[in-house]
Design a protein around this ligand. Structure first.
Ligand code: B12
Ligand code: SF4
Length: 240
């Protein structure tokens, strides 16, 4: 058995200065990494990078209606979160029982706000294994609060009560993650200064030892650094 999971960068965020002024469109690495872990476990995943694919809310809803996902996952940072909430509202108007999950730096810290904007479950912090456990649980029990309580790194509502499960410890060995599922992304549509330049960015480490007050990185990924090793990549390069 597998679950059909639609992961998305929300539509309607094309007016961000990054897109409009710099013409910079970069692959959503977080979604691609979650997708890779879900695919490795046998789930069926699709990623819609709405601003890069020129998909507006109407077209996005068309994709939801035609693909019939079992779960929709939306990513957001603070500048994109209101468009994400608009998208989720439209999903819930279409089908109020379609589970919607959200992750990323904004929802991690503002999970109560997300839960009051139609999000069913927030994945807090590092998302790969929390999402995998969540999808496996949804497959068996749906969004049943007693079962969700067993998963670390979530926030959700049980009736009117907001439940925040304990934090998930960081992934110690980042090499155990599969490569991000870039095959699910429109890799030929990413741009720099509006020009079609093939972007393949890599996250070589997670975390930061400092903790500057204006930056979420060390609060989100941990106030320490975890590195990926070069070995698995070199091995892959050697393989014909
Ligand atoms: C690389 C990067 C960029 C790149 C590439 C962005 C891209 N599309 O990949 C560029 C330079 C383009 C960029 C631009 C901007 N960025 Co930036 N960026 C980063 C950086 C350094 C790494 C992001 C990344 O690739 N992480 C790797 C992946 C694996 O992590 P992730 O995306 O967070 O995803 C994980 C979890 O969050 C979670 N998750 C995420 N989404 C979802 C969705 C679901 C459904 C689930 C279940 C889980 C989940 O699971 C993932 C796997 O663990 C972060 C700082 C950091 N170290 O995290 C800032 C960061 C994300 N950026 C930030 C900002 C503000 C911006 C800009 C708005 C800046 C600007 N003024 O223009 C723009 C907007 C870009 C956009 N529209 O997305 C802030 C966001 C803060 C906030 N309050 O939300 C961050 C956190 C930096 C900071 N100083 O605090 N950025
Ligand atoms: S990643 Fe954030 S916390 Fe770390 S040094 Fe840079 S600005 Fe400061």
């Amino acid at each position: 058995m597998s679950v059909k999971v639609l992961l998305a960068v929300p539509p309607g965020i094309d007016k961000l200065e990054l897109y409009k002024v710099l013409g910079l469109r970069a692959p959503p690495l977080g979604l691609a990494w979650i997708a890779a872990v879900l695919e490795r476990a046998g789930h069926k995943v699709r990623i819609i990078d709405s601003p890069t694919e020129g998909i507006d809310l109407r077209a996005f809803m068309g994709e939801v209606k035609s693909w019939h996902p079992d779960v929709v996952g939306i990513t957001a940072i603070t500048p994109t979160v209101y468009k994400a909430y608009e998208t989720i509202k439209a999903i819930k108007e279409y089908d109020k029982d379609l589970p919607v999950i959200m992750g990323g730096p904004h929802a991690t810290f503002m999970y109560e706000e997300a839960l009051s904007n139609n999000v069913d479950v927030v994945v807090r912090g590092e998302g790969e294994y929390t999402t995998l456990e969540l999808i496996n649980m949804v497959e068996k029990y749906g969004l049943d609060p007693p079962h969700l309580k067993a998963i670390r790194g979530l926030a959700f509502k049980d009736g009117d009560q907001v439940i925040k499960t304990p934090d998930r410890p960081p992934i110690r060995n980042l090499d155990e993650l599969p490569p991000p599922a870039r095959h699910l992304l429109p890799m030929d549509k990413y741009t720099v200064f509006g020009k079609p330049i093939r972007i393949v960015h890599v996250m070589a480490s997670r975390g930061c030892p400092y903790g500057c007050s204006f930056c979420s990185t060390s609060y989100f990924w941990g106030r320490m650094v975890r590195y990926r090793s070069l070995r698995p990549w070199l091995m892959r390069l050697r393989t014909p």
